[in-house]
Design a binder for this molecule. Structure first.
Ligand code: MIC
Ligand code: SF4
Length: 661
């Protein structure tokens, strides 16, 4: 595939009047489609990142495209998710990814180096550049003014091959920040407030752009917490300007030369505006089981807790760790509480080791975990049954912690640490005067855990190391003109990818083996689903609104594909999951009238015909329910390109077809 050249405008060169920051960066990268709101546009991708739980599949896909070397400015493969090695599978995947990285021109961040988003922000991100990552929290990069977007593995594979990444030209929401956070109120409280206002589906099709005087009061790690958790709004991404504070951060990372000033024009036009006075915010909590179920700490009162976990890509920076260490210093964790802390990167861990903060944490009784995702993705530290766990993470979906009836509350590091000491939910403002926490002028720099790719002349001799658990990408077939099958599953609103394709320590090692992982598909909702779907051979899933919210895992599309799911018919979709269904060649259908959801039940016999013609002519599609006689009109709104992908049987077949031409 030919590498795509961006248009002439680059963020460094041209000041385009009246544009939001998002539009400026997008405009400088658009390579396909008309730059008009609502249109599908293809953008050139400067950087990619993968993590190990999605990476094996992404690299199998990249390999099968037959492109010898990545075409991006920088591609990085991280190992941070599947780090509990209770069998050979995860270690084999790490080895496979390491060898692919070496061969194909990708930097390899070894296990132990840290969580992809934290490390990428520290060591690789560049203001004004585009980044896509096979992880939904890639928008963390928006904290330094990148357009950083979470995507499915196949989209990342195509971008590594030099192909454009396609998004709908988004609506742009301005979040105008004024004032300054009060002592012990945190960046986490800002994003929890945005979630309270907008909800977990309020950001679909939108980019959240932060502006206003209040921006200057937030450091880069604080901004990154906010853009990271913008993923929970369903937003395409979130972004802060790149200013003097960004420059200072990059300087302290010895990367000042990549800094460029970036901001929206004074007269930029936004689609929506939200005003937040930082000084009015108080410590907040997202209650079980949704990140938008937000209440204030005060409202919840003295909730007794069993566990506290501090870390994850949302809140594991040096700044977060400094606050936690300060609160824990000289105290002891309450006897009824287990406190686990995972610093976000080797850099953070090393710095707190050297400055004594780690010792303050250990002294207080914290259980120090490796710099990785860990409990956030159910890789250990599952709470006791019915356990109440306060976590500084970004998702509290039911069962995600590994304990089905665990009660997970999302909080700031300040609330988490203060509560670990008392044993109940505690307002950190009770701690008294807050000292000023400042970032160091220089971070500890040592990139020895990042393996550089083999030079081009040596890449042919690099051997790819494949373990027995690594199975090929599932076979796909071009779209059939007629589907006649049963409804194999009916689910409600806000189904997450953790429902569709659960994670956790037991299932994650199967990420490179679609037939094996498929046996766990939807088991959180219906234990019998995988067997039923497989026996049916072909089927349709019916769901409610915001179907597929949460992660970027394409396994939530590949497992249904393997089980014979031909179409998913819902009230509305989350962005990344819908794209993953299209990439897998599964029809994403939405009800024209949402009430028709009630006209289909589990086991009903459904039929659709003339699909190809309807799709080619952008017409609504008719679904007949042969069990109760209902005729249901559904939409399948696809761009020309997306329609071609579905018709070809998915993005891999489509890309291979294009490459062969
Ligand atoms: C998550 O937070 O849900 C994950 C695990 O990081 C996922 C990726 C995955 O499922 O591998 C994400 O956010 O995309
Ligand atoms: Fe890892 Fe959790 Fe961040 Fe996902 S949300 S990348 S599992 S730390």
């Amino acid at each position: 595939m030919k590498s795509i050249k961006p248009l002439k405008i680059t963020p460094k060169e041209v000041e385009i009047m009246g544009l939001t920051l998002t539009e400026k960066i997008l405009k400088a990268h658009v390579v396909d489609g008309e730059f008009v709101k609502g249109n599908e546009i293809g953008i050139k991708i400067d950087q990619t990142l993968t993590q190990d739980a999605t990476g094996t599949m992404a690299y199998l896909e990249f390999e099968s495209m037959g492109i010898p070397r990545v075409q991006t400015e920088k591609s990085v493969a991280y190992i941070d998710h599947n780090t509990l090695q209770s069998g050979f599978e995860n270690a084999d995947d790490h080895r496979f990814i390491g060898s692919v990285a070496k061969k194909h021109g990708i930097y390899f961040s070894r296990p132990g180096n840290g969580i992809c988003h934290q490390v990428h922000l520290e060591r690789f991100g560049i203001p004004g550049k585009t980044l896509i990552g096979s992880d939904s929290h890639t928008p963390t990069g928006g904290g330094i003014g990148m357009i950083a977007i979470g995507a499915g593995g196949l989209d990342v594979a195509v971008a590594m091959g030099g192909g454009a990444y396609y998004i709908t030209y988004p609506k742009i929401v301005k979040v105008e920040l004024t004032g300054k956070l009060s002592p012990w109120v945190a960046a986490k409280d800002v994003i929890l407030e945005v979630l309270r206002i907008m909800s977990v589906k309020g950001g679909v099709g939108k980019v959240i752009e932060y502006t206003g005087e209040g921006v200057k009061t937030l450091s880069v790690p604080e901004r990154a917490t906010i853009t990271n958790m913008g993923a929970e709004l369903g937003a395409t991404t979130s972004i802060f300007p790149s200013d003097e504070i960004t420059k200072e951060f990059l300087k302290a990372q010895k990367r000042e030369e990549v800094w460029v000033e970036l901001k929206a024009d004074e007269d930029a036009v936004y689609d929506e505006v939200i005003n937040i006075d930082l000084s009015e915010l108080a410590p907040m909590v997202a209650c079980p089981h949704s990140p938008d179920n937000v209440k204030s700490v005060k409202e919840l009162g003295k909730l007794k807790i069993d566990q506290v976990c501090i870390g994850s890509c949302t809140n594991s920076s040096l700044l977060d760790m400094s606050k936690v260490a300060y609160i824990l210093k000289g105290k002891t964790v309450d006897p009824s509480v287990s406190l686990a802390i995972a610093p976000g990167s080797k850099q953070v861990l090393n710095m707190i080791a050297k400055n004594g903060m780690l010792s303050d944490m250990i002294d207080a009784g914290a259980r120090i975990l490796e710099s990785a995702c860990g409990p956030c993705i159910g890789m250990g530290q599952s709470p006791n049954s019915k356990g109440v766990s306060l976590r500084t993470f970004n998702r509290n979906f039911e069962g995600r912690s590994g304990t089905k009836d665990g009660q997970i509350y999302l909080v700031s590091p300040e609330v988490a640490a203060a509560s670990a000491i008392t044993g109940y939910l505690t307002d950190p403002r009770e701690l008294g005067i807050m000292p000023e926490f400042v970032l160091p002028e220089e971070f500890e720099i040592n990139d020895n855990m990042v393996v550089t790719p083999a030079p081009a002349e040596e890449m042919d001799s690099v051997e790819i190391l494949r373990g027995p658990n690594i199975k090929p990408f599932p076979t796909t077939v071009p779209l059939a003109d007629e589907i006649c099958c049963e409804c194999s599953l009916k689910v409600g609103d806000n189904i997450t990818t953790d429902h569709i394709m659960p994670a956790g320590a037991k299932i994650l090692p199967l990420r490179s083996n679609i037939p094996a992982i498929s046996k766990h598909c939807f088991t959180v909702c219906d234990e019998a689903f995988p067997e039923r779907a497989e026996n049916l051979g072909k089927s349709i899933i019916v769901g409610g609104s915001n179907y597929g919210q949460g992660s970027s895992r394409e396994h939530a599309a590949l497992a249904p594909l393997h089980l014979g799911v031909k179409a998913v018919l819902v009230k509305s979709f989350a962005r990344i999951h819908r794209a993953n269904l299209i990439n897998a060649g599964i029809l994403p259908l939405t009800f024209v009238n949402e009430e028709d959801y009630d006209k289909i039940s589990l086991g009903d016999k459904l039929s659709i015909d003339g699909i190809i013609d309807d799709i080619k002519n952008s017409r609504n599609i008719t679904v007949k329910n042969n069990t109760n006689g209902a005729i249901i009109e559904v939409k399948c709104e696809l761009s020309e390109r997306a329609a071609d992908i579905v018709l070809a049987g998915g993005l891999l077949s489509y890309t291979k077809e294009k490459l062969s031409k």
